[in-house]
Design a protein around this ligand. Structure first.
Ligand SMILES: [Zn+2]
Ligand SMILES: [Zn+2]
Length: 571
């Protein structure tokens, strides 16, 4: 009999709890090496009906089945590619292509469908998965659907589920096939508890490619551009390979990742004799032979073009060399994850990164594009609900001085009904001048009254078409205290452009009403950390807090008789 680790039992419990309450498809996130076979085994044991485990390629079907049976459990296989079409067992491992073509009888009595590596399948549209699910549901209307993945993120689409119950985090407002992530285990937890080997990251050892010119097209890099850069920087490759060989001298197995076949061939030519290369075009029999030899440690260096070499499981790998730029944290995690399996005699895994792109294997994935070079992931607590949000932000002297989050992602599940209620607090917003509603800063129409919101581009264009308007892109913002003709104290804020020209605005702070007006006319827009209220009642308070104010991207002023009056500031 098998023994579940505590977190595996937690994953099972979360699944049972979820499907007792509701029928919506759910996701479980388990890092590679977390032992999903045992989770499947336990779910199968308690399931009323049969369990179908689907994968998108036969290698994965074979590997999952073998792992499952290694625990002294029995299961069937339904895969034409593996020459087996079992249908009697309680648990069946199947490949989607074969199952989609199975006879009607095959689909009887299943109560649970498990989709492995579910981030790799598109669940939208008339896919094979859609067909199979329809047939299963037709036979068993109460079918439960569980997705398994180590990285719940799809290039081009983003998060594959809507709500993370574990973190009480709303990942997207868009509809997803999977509604909830009901259990999640981090790589950090697995390493800390010694279920995975710790990675040791070595940044740009000796020479390193410069991919800084590379731009994302949607969520991806352009293959041609990558190849162009690699061609231009060809002279660096020999010293990189020399470094890999040197670093791997006392190591057991080395995987080298690239994204172009030409580059892979070049790398192979520089490696010691007996090294091997696997690309998407490698013939299957040859590929199997290479992988077997690699697992037997007859081959030490394995160059790899497609990131995932599906069904590949070589726990002894203790050096990962990355020579391709990675678009996302999850892709990076998939690559590094190949070296984190436990294996006798292995104490760590070297991660040699020659791309300078630099992801952190422990950092969370963030949907939004990184706003600037110096942005890092920061933890921002919502003043409304207390949720911890991961946003891009700027850190100076170990303190967050600014962040770019727009809206709180906190959400809460009604434990009885499973309904999700979003917090929705807006850190930054565009106020509708018709009804006062707070809208997203990119919104074009008010979400409450449908009033057309003027966007910043139009504001600028409009201003540019006016003769008496001055548009400035300020370089600095300066605060000073002065007195008017009647001797009343006031604050002057000056915006200087690169030519030293300036525009300015004046604020009085001599009464509670003045202080409120200052809040609405200045603090609200300029506060670098909008969720933190600044206590500003006097001119001196303004001067004291000047580092908390951000400068606008544009200042638009209109000509009055004797001066320029600032009408609009765009951030
Ligand atoms: Zn909140
Ligand atoms: Zn409105």
């Amino acid at each position: 009999m098998y023994q579940l680790r505590p977190y595996q039992q937690d994953a099972v419990n979360s699944t049972i709890k979820h499907f007792q309450k509701e029928n919506s498809p759910a996701v479980i996130v388990l890092p590679t090496g977390a032992g999903k076979s045992l989770v499947i085994a336990e779910l199968a044991r308690v399931a009323r009906g049969r369990v179908l485990v689907l994968a998108h390629v036969k290698e994965l079907v074979e590997q999952n089945h073998a792992k499952y049976e290694s625990y002294d459990l029995k299961a069937g296989i339904y895969s034409a590619g593996l020459n087996r079409k079992d249908s009697g067992q309680k648990v069946i491992f199947g490949s989607i292509q074969s199952v989609a073509n199975a006879d009607e009888e095959f689909f009887q009595d299943f109560s649970l469908l498990v989709i492995d590596e579910c981030h790799r399948v598109s669940m939208e549209g008339e896919t094979q998965y859609f067909q199979v699910i329809s047939k299963l549901r037709h036979a068993s209307p109460k079918l439960c659907i569980l997705g398994l993945t180590a990285t719940p993120y799809r290039l081009g689409q983003g998060w594959i589920y809507q709500y993370n119950a574990h973190k009480e985090d709303m990942k997207t407002d868009e509809d997803r096939f999977f509604k909830k992530c009901i259990y999640e285990l981090s790589i950090g937890y697995m390493i800390k508890n010694k279920f995975l080997t710790p990675p040791i990251k070595i940044d740009s050892p000796v020479a390193c490619y410069d991919f800084s010119a590379l731009e994302l097209h949607g969520a991806r890099y352009n293959q041609k551009e990558i190849e162009g850069i690699l061609k231009d920087q060809k002279r660096i490759t020999p010293s990189i390979i020399g470094n890999i060989v040197e670093m791997a001298r006392d190591r057991q197995g080395v995987m080298i990742f690239t994204s172009s076949v030409a580059h892979a061939r070049e790398i192979l030519g520089l490696l010691p004799m007996g090294s091997a290369l696997v690309t998407g075009e490698t013939d299957i029999a040859e590929r199997d032979e290479i992988i077997t030899d690699f697992k037997l440690k007859k081959i030490k260096f394995l160059v790899n073009v497609s990131v995932l070499t599906t069904g590949f499981d070589a726990p002894h790998v203790d050096v990962i060399a990355i020579l391709r730029p990675t678009e996302s944290v999850s892709l990076y995690q998939q690559i590094v994850g190949r070296g984190l399996r436990l294996s006798p005699g292995k104490t760590d895994c070297l991660v040699l990164d020659y791309t300078g792109v630099g992801h952190d294997i422990f950092s969370p994935e963030i949907d939004e594009d990184r706003p600037s070079e110096n942005s890092v992931i920061v933890d921002i607590v919502c003043p409304q609900c207390g949720h911890h949000n991961d946003f891009w932000g700027i850190v100076e002297h170990e303190e967050v001085v600014e962040h770019f989050g727009r809206r709180c992602k906190g959400a809460f599940e009604d434990l009885d009904t499973g309904e999700i209620e979003k917090c929705g607090y807006r850190f930054r917003f565009k106020r509708c001048d018709q009804c006062g509603e707070e809208n997203d800063i990119a919104a074009r129409v008010c979400s409450s009254c449908q009033h057309l919101l003027v966007d910043n581009d139009n504001k600028l264009k409009e201003a540019m078409s006016l003769k008496d308007a001055h548009i400035m892109k300020p370089d600095t913002m300066m605060f000073s205290k002065s007195y008017d003709k009647k001797g009343k104290e006031r604050v002057e804020v000056r915006y200087y452009d690169y030519d030293g020209e300036h525009l300015s605005e004046m604020f009085y702070l001599n009464s509670p009403e003045d202080a409120r007006a200052f809040y609405f006319n200045f603090t609200r827009m300029h506060n670098r950390l909008p969720e933190q209220s600044l206590r500003i009642n006097t001119a001196d308070d303004v001067l004291k807090n000047q580092n908390h104010f951000r400068k606008p991207m544009y200042v638009i002023a209109r000509k009055q008789k004797h001066y320029w009056e600032i009408r609009e500031k765009i951030f």
